[in-house]
Ligand binder design. Structure first.
Ligand SMILES: Cc1cc2nc3c(=O)[nH]c(=O)nc-3n(C[C@H](O)[C@H](O)[C@H](O)COP(=O)(O)O)c2cc1C
Length: 187
């Protein structure tokens, strides 16, 4: 199973996550680099495309796309990537370190709504979406603290406890991906 991790990150959490996934799977990794890397423009949909990737998407069995969620969007650089590589993508897993918690996933701005968009776009090519909400690394009494959520980024210090356990589970699923996929297909 040949995998490629592609990521986009502004504040570092998704880069951290992407690097950890690539390290665990011992696979290739590359950032998606928007031609114009301006958050506001990308949120408004004024995206001028991405720079050319060094890796050949079509030569991988699995693309693992890792990046943030902004205002309930599957972010523009990822939408552009999917659009321009649709025929070359065999299977894709979407992973995000985001602001919305598991409890909030189906509410406005929740990651569950974005997962629906990803599945709609990729159809049977996307068998798995996984969130690692930043609240997983906050103390129990601060999980709803919006300001703290925005200030907190994943790092070696805080990547422990529940997030590390969930990450381990996710990785072992990916390592057994073809059979894991069958389980998902049956679900
Ligand atoms: C402008 C903006 C909008 C955001 N909107 C959402 C959202 O709709 N849902 C969500 O779960 N998180 C949202 N977030 C939180 C980011 O997904 C979160 O901070 C992410 O971890 C940042 O990733 P990075 O450190 O890799 O840049 C938003 C963050 C920003 C800056």
């Amino acid at each position: 199973m040949k995998s490629l991790v592609l990521y986009y990150s502004q504040k570092g959490s998704n880069r951290y996550l992407a690097e950890k996934i690539a390290q665990e799977l011992q696979c290739d990794i590359e950032p998606i680099r928007p031609r114009v890397d301006a958050l506001l423009l990308m949120i408004m949909g004024l995206h001028l495309g991405n720079k050319k990737l060094l890796h050949d998407v079509g030569s991988y069995d699995l693309i693992i796309l890792c990046g943030p969620i902004w205002v309930e969007q599957f972010i523009a650089p990822f939408r552009f990537f999917v659009k321009s590589n649709f025929n070359s993508i065999k299977q894709l897993v979407f992973v995000t370190c985001c602001g919305s918690s598991y409890e909030q996933k189906d509410e406005k701005y929740g990651h569950g709504r974005v997962f629906n968009k990803v599945r709609e776009l990729l159809k049977e090519k996307c068998t798995l979406c996984q969130a690692f909400p930043i609240s997983l690394v906050l103390p129990a009494d601060k999980k709803e603290d919006g300001e703290l959520k925005m200030k907190t980024h994943l790092n070696d210090e805080n990547f422990k406890g529940e997030i590390a356990e969930r990450f381990e589970e996710f990785i072992s699923g990916l390592k057994n991906y073809p059979s894991y996929r069958q389980v998902l297909d049956m679900a």
